[in-house]
Design a protein around this ligand. Sequence first.
Ligand code: HEM
Length: 257
Amino acid sequence: MTSIARPAPAKRPSRRGRSQWSWAWVVLSSLVIAGYFVGQYAQGTLDALAHEHVGLADDYASRALPIRVAFYIHIVSAGLALALGPWQFSQRLRSRRLRLHRGIGRTYMVSVAIGAVSALVMSMFSSVGLLGFFGFGSLAVLWGWTAWRGYRAIRERDIRSHQAWMIRNFALTYAAVTLRLWFGVLILVQVPFAHGADPFDAILTQAYAPLPFLCWLPNIVIAEFMIRRRGLPALHLATSPGTRHPETSGRAAAPSG
Ligand code: HEM
């Protein structure tokens, strides 16, 4: 009788290994975006940067002083939140350096609060008008609200709700990264169809238009999947007595209020 040697099954990375890679990606992408996009506005005044067509300097250089102030407050506070946020999801940091986790957490919360208020102000003057107002405006409100819920949960020692709210909140902070990724994708898909003497301006305008919503809506859906997969208290659109899930029905588990 002949025996057929079976090839050894390919080693798949464990779930823990995969989540470490995802976390590393989130840390790296957050630091790159926070460093690069905030850093570019430190290279000169808004007027000087507007001449070089850097980022949104063109749109904001001619605005009234309070709006330019809100612009700078926003990029510094939101940039700080993006750079700090990913570290809070490190299991090692939470279990070995709890005081550091708390310290970073407080700075993150203050940054989000300031970043959200200044973003709400800026959304009223968005370069894409009403789309920007509704898209970035609702993002700003949800960003502040989810941070508040996460803070309140931890003050009540409700750790599982705190984790769930902070996953939702960071998914919104991460909109700064996904916005730039979507922008790149939407520019690339238009290039083969470009025509005319100078099609680049039209490509940029069309690529930017859906971003006020596209940058955060998929993130919040993915965050909700992650929350469910981890068995954390998920959001329920309707609560009827018969549909309450045991995991989410206790005070410690349900997102309260
Ligand atoms: C998550 C909530 C956030 C909201 C609601 C928000 C809102 C806004 C708005 C309304 C603008 C002006 C856009 C326009 O006029 O079209 C803007 C620009 C900007 N935001 Fe945010 N933002 C958020 C998070 C962040 C984060 C986490 C960063 C960190 C890097 C960031 C960095 C910037 C920068 C650098 C600009 C200037 C435009 C550019 O160079 O791309 N924002 N934001």
